[in-house]
Design a protein around this ligand. Structure first.
Ligand code: FPP
Length: 274
């Protein structure tokens, strides 16, 4: 089902093709970078860049949902972003609040589930209230899970997980020998979500910027030169087709991946004959 059914035939056919690939990413994470530079290039205040960035957010959410992506995580505000000028921080909070108020009905109609990661308690109360309403309203939805990383930092999340684990050990609810990678991951904000298969960063920067450091261990990285306000559906298609060409080996060899069955037989025979 397409949003509002108003989609061009060309987009429909691209999205149908993408949907047909089994190895399409389940989870895409995006560092939306370049709003400030987009505004600077036009000699207008930085906030106009964030405002235009919201147009990209809308298009990318909709296109991801139409293409059958199950999880989309957007790095909307980092813990480090609190250090920006107060006007910009306040403006971003207002934009986030009005985005959610304006879009919630359409997101809900299209079965999007809103999810949050980050230090949400540090956001202004009015933003927390709007976000709380949105997550509650959409919590049963089974379409795209749209996660907003807000006041988020991966090191903060990892440190917090370590503290929670230590407390559980002290209370006798967990023994140190039982701490596996899975146990650790269950203490992170991203608990219950699959790791991102694909991380997109815009504006040509090659950095992780404290985003999902644990979860991106095996994620494929795609850097777009476009500034975020210019990153639209065609750019998402390009990233997805690029991803589909990649070979994800997870530490194995290319032969193992391409021919796992015959590789296994070869290993068994080699052991038998040794
Ligand atoms: C990075 O660009 C972008 C941000 C810090 C904020 C991203 C926020 C939005 C796109 C709008 C609100 C989001 C949602 C989900 C409604 P930058 O300002 O660092 O750009 P620069 O590196 O060119 O200065």
């Amino acid at each position: 089902m397409y949003w509002n059914n108003d989609i061009s035939l060309e987009d429909k056919s691209i999205q149908e093709e993408l949907r047909s690939y089994e190895n399409l990413p389940k989870h895409i994470a995006i560092i939306m970078d370049g709003n400030g530079r987009w505004a600077k290039n036009k000699n207008i205040p930085r906030l106009f860049g964030h405002r235009e960035g919201i147009e990209s957010v809308k298009e990318i959410v909709r296109t991801s949902s139409d293409t059958g992506i199950k999880y989309l995580t957007l790095y909307a505000f980092s813990l480090e972003n609190w250090k920006r000028p107060m006007d910009e921080v306040n403006g971003l909070m207002k934009l986030l609040d009005s985005f959610m108020k304006q879009e919630i009905e359409e997101l809900h109609r299209n079965k999007v589930r809103i999810n949050l990661i980050g230090k949400i308690s540090s956001l202004p109360k009015y933003v927390q209230d709007t976000l709380h309403f949105a997550t509650q309203k959409t919590k049963e939805n089974e379409g795209l899970t749209l996660t907003l990383a807000l006041s988020y930092g991966a090191r903060w999340d990892i440190t917090r997980a370590v503290q929670l684990i230590a407390m559980d050990v002290r209370r006798g609810n967990l023994s140190p020998e039982d701490i596996s990678e899975e146990t650790f991951a269950s203490y992170l904000n991203t608990n219950g979500m699959p790791d991102p298969d694909l991380m997109i960063r815009t504006s040509g920067e090659y950095r992780l910027s404290n985003f999902l450091l644990w979860e991106l261990a095996y994620g494929e990285i795609y850097i777009s030169d476009k500034l975020w306000p210019k990153f639209r559906k065609q750019d998402l298609y390009n990233a997805l087709f690029d991803f589909l060409k990649r070979e994800r080996r997870f530490g194995k060899t290319s032969d193992q991946i391409n021919n796992s069955d015959s590789y296994f037989k070869k290993v068994v025979n080699a052991i038998k004959n040794s």
